[in-house]
Write a protein that binds this ligand. Sequence first.
Ligand code: ATP
Ligand code: MN
Length: 479
Amino acid sequence: MKRTEIKYLLERTDFGEIVNVKGWVRTKRASKNVAFIALNDGSTIKNVQIVVEVNDVFEKILERIHTGAALSVDGVLAESLGSGQKVEIQAKEITVLGEADPNEYPLQPKKHSLEFLREKAHLRFRTNTFSAIARIRHAMIFAIHQFFNERNFYNIHTPIITGSDAEGAGEMFQVTTLNLENVPKTEDGKVDYKKDFFGKPANLTVSGQLEGELAALALSKIYTFGPTFRAENSNTTRHLAEFWMIEPEMAFYDLDDNMDLAEEMLKYVIRYALDHCMDDLQFLSKRQQEEEKNKKQNERSMELIEKLNFILAEPFVRLSYTEAIRILMNSKPNKKKRFQYVIEAWGADLQSEHERYLVEKHFKRPVILTDYPADIKAFYMKQNEDGKTVRAMDVLFPQIGEIIGGSQREEDYNKLYDRIKALNIPESSMWWYLETRKFGSVPHSGFGLGFERLILFLTGMSNIRDVIPFPRTPQNLEF
Ligand code: ATP
Ligand code: MN
């Protein structure tokens, strides 16, 4: 018989029909005459209740059914009074597709800590929390592609292995086929990269931006959506060694256009989540509220769905780095030295505690900061007239801090060239990037959105390790 996914089954009203469902047992409750099995197949956070009469046939089968087992059930679709759903299935035939020994299966029906579940990443998809996050991730991937497709952006695949280490110098993963036990050396004792796979050093990319710009300077509007890798040894709740980034690049866009696009995109995908993922969001909202019961009143975050609607309601605040520094230097936590990094002067790099102060305490909504000091930003950002700042923009979100980093790009060949020289970036690795400023250069802009930071925000989870199925972080490469 043809299987009906539970998501669709729960919408059916043709009671009396024989149906088939397949899935994994969440719970089993048995009394003398009747047993109830909650079955989930991942198509929705909701379970379907299987009602099993305890007779001679089913008694034997029920003994083999425990949390985690996989079943195929044929039965009568019936109206349900007690299960919390409108429908249930009265079992006629049950096949145990795969047993799960209750003495060994780790996900028994009780509350597990997120730390415990990280060690069971091979099974944690089977929990409500992680299946909800997986479905929301999918919806957001889809929404992002839809957003750009509707606006005539082309998706470009930029390389994952790169020969340029311009942007993330010092925090890249090297890629090599050299035998590390016996590295070939040149006469002067250095590693002989001529013998390596590419004939030169290679790394995993930290960003698709530079190649994305090349495409934008012909196709006008492009975006990338790919994996990026950073060997930064920062064990925070917001950093992964492998994460996914969305990077649009647009010819003829200035910084204001860039900010408009970033704000429009974030609101679009949040609206999409509210329209398409309500069951999962409601579950995660309840989950978060449970977690927060232990927190002090003033440390609790806004209810998840309220928070998402709140982001949609107001325009983001836009202000310059210079103004932000003034606000921060006059702020209570700075004066009372309650920040871990006290801001001493203009030029300081902002930490997430400062970003979150601006967003959560001062403005109480998302903030876009612009015109940062050149010294704390990348070489390719457009230089301002003042000779000190660049046309950068960071979008700051509650709970997250920086969710997007972007800029208008320097389109002037000489200014870009001088900056590359000043920073000692080898011209030999940048010649192709520089050439776009020689031939038909135009003002252009772009930004990078960290996909997992977006998912953190949308799900109300607090650790980035819990919003990607298989997190890569320092000393952690199990699954
Ligand atoms: P941060 O200061 O938070 O480390 P960044 O300035 O290094 O961020 P960018 O290089 O501008 O970040 O990258 C663009 C976006 O990618 C960031 O706004 C953030 O959303 C995301 N991002 C950066 N580093 C990481 C990471 N290690 N793990 C997950 N997301 C990241
Ligand atoms: Mn970083």
